[in-house]
Ligand binder design. Structure first.
Ligand code: ZN
Length: 496
């Protein structure tokens, strides 16, 4: 029988299959996630990546692993266009907002942290900024030059991909690309500039006089290329080979291919054993982009009436919506899907809040084997599907099977003595752990004294048949997102 102690399988983009997860050091997992380039507010796409790796982080912790989780902020070197062209995104934004580049960085890091906290993302063990490690990046570039896999032209240093691939034979394996095709494709662009081959990438870029963010290097004033930082930051805190490297699908190429290439040259490793990628987000079936005007920041979705959905949603609605789709599938977000995610979340949370305070105050004298089997089967599905590459949609359907049982207990259709005390305790603790600890879901509940006050007022008004007062209290309750439910022998509240 499958249980939470069965083996965990994760889809490894590098091997292109489900691999059993075996960390390098028994119970310690070292995980690196590419963080955002901090020149603007985080959007829904950032949130999906964060939630995906938060579930992985939480589940590994739940299994008993000690997770060392590192995430960076790109605050230099990410240029406007691919192929190392255009201005630095941070510098552009600084000019636009008339602020120092580092003020831009701090401003958007502050927003990012706020957004991640509201999504209930566990904070990393170590957060890093690329600009704090310029010397280390220069050292790496020097080593790659010394080993003969890079070349300097006019103060810039480029990684020689063709030479790398002639020896290591693995460029393109992660993203499923063929180097000859890549060279042919980019040759047609005919804007090779100073590179030997267009697919070569900048390890270090020369800065002209107008460039604000620049540092002194053996090749003159310049700044590191975008792909340089993660290798330095990852190896500095997690070692030359760590367990998991994560990011969105769009980072597989060129960013992660370029990281693997540098790591092979520097340390003869692929940097990480498991390369894990989450799929991307569409809005109403269309790619999210500023030009289509369907670009939704988390700040707009959570706090401002954004002009796409014309409604604000709770961060937990978005989190729950993500969990209803497997992280490797594309997800199209609509107003309807967010609204139904909200309803599903509330159903789950109401069952959670009810079972959380329910005591087993009966004698076990009427055990119903069929009900017990339903509960056990549901938990088996939940744990085996978590182990099956974090298959959260199936985990949620398993949870809803448990919700059905909990709601029957509440309505009296299932009596508590039909379940053994032992299974009841497991039902309570596992249901809570999966929702709270693994899936990271919660809602803000109302204060206990307010709760008691309004439920007592409601009961009194009903007892007196004072229906205008009952309506008033119902309206007030609605404003704070709760409703009263009248059952056979009790009145209780539900969150809506
Ligand atoms: Zn990265």
């Amino acid at each position: 029988m499958l249980s939470k102690f069965s083996k965990l399988f994760l889809f490894n983009s590098y091997s292109d299959k489900l691999d059993e997860f075996k960390p390098i050091n028994n119970w310690i997992v070292k995980m690196y996630l590419c963080g955002p380039t901090v020149y603007g507010l985080a959007h829904i796409g950032h949130a999906r990546s964060s939630v995906t790796f938060d579930i992985l982080n939480r589940y590994l912790r739940f299994l008993g692993y000690k997770v060392k989780f590192v995430r960076n902020y790109t605050d230099v070197g990410h240029l406007e266009h691919d192929a190392d062209e255009g201005n630095d995104k941070i510098q552009n934004q600084a000019l636009k907002e008339k602020l120092e580049p580092m003020e831009i960085v701090q401003k958007y890091i502050n927003y990012y942290r706020e957004d991640m906290d509201s999504l209930n993302i566990l904070r990393p063990n170590i957060e890093l900024q690329a600009t704090s490690y310029i010397n280390e990046q220069i050292d790496n570039v020097k080593s790659i030059l010394d080993k003969g896999y890079a070349y300097e032209v006019n103060g810039s240093v480029y990684f020689d991909i063709k030479k790398y691939n002639d020896y290591f034979k693995s460029y393109g394996k992660l993203s499923g690309r063929n180097i000859d095709e890549l060279i042919n494709e980019t040759r047609e662009l005919n804007n090779q500039g100073e590179k030997k081959n267009n697919i070569d990438f900048a390890l270090w870029k020369k800065a002209d006089d107008k460039h604000i963010m620049k540092w002194k290097s053996p090749w003159g004033y310049g700044y590191p290329g975008w792909h340089t930082e993660c290798v330095v930051l990852g190896t500095k805190y997690l070692g030359e080979l760590f367990d998991i490297h994560g990011g969105g699908y769009d980072l597989k190429f060129p960013h992660h291919e370029c990281e693997i290439a540098q790591s092979n040259v520097l340390n003869n490793t692929n940097l990480a054993n498991y390369w894990i990628h989450n799929n991307l987000v569409n809005i109403d079936g269309k790619k999210m982009s500023k030009s289509l005007n369907n670009y939704i920041t988390l700040q707009d979705l959570f706090y401002n009436e954004n002009n796409i959905f014309n409604k604000v949603f709770m961060p937990m609605d978005l989190r729950f919506l993500f969990l209803q789709t497997h992280y490797r599938s594309t997800l199209s977000i609509t107003k309807d899907s967010l609204e139904s995610a909200h309803k599903g979340l509330m159903k789950l949370i109401n069952a959670y809040l009810y079972i959380d305070v329910l005591e087993y105050n009966v004698d076990e004298n009427n055990i119903n084997n069929e009900i017990e089997k339903n509960i056990e089967d549901a938990f088996d599905i939940i744990f085996s599907e978590l182990n099956n590459d974090l298959n959260t949609p199936s985990v949620i359907s398993g949870l809803f099977n448990i919700v059905k049982v909990i709601n029957c207990i509440r309505s009296g259709d299932i009596k508590l003595n039909e379940i053994s005390k032992e299974l009841f305790i497991r039902l309570k603790s596992d249901f809570k752990s999966i929702i709270k600890d693994v899936l990271g879901l919660y809602v803000k509940t109302i204060d206990k004294s307010l709760f008691e006050y309004i439920i007592n007022s409601y009961k009194t008004a009903k007892y007196r048949n004072d229906y205008s007062e009952v309506d008033k209290i119902r309206d007030f309750a609605k404003n704070i997102n709760i409703r009263f439910c009248d059952s056979k022998d009790d009145i209780y509240i539900e969150y809506i």
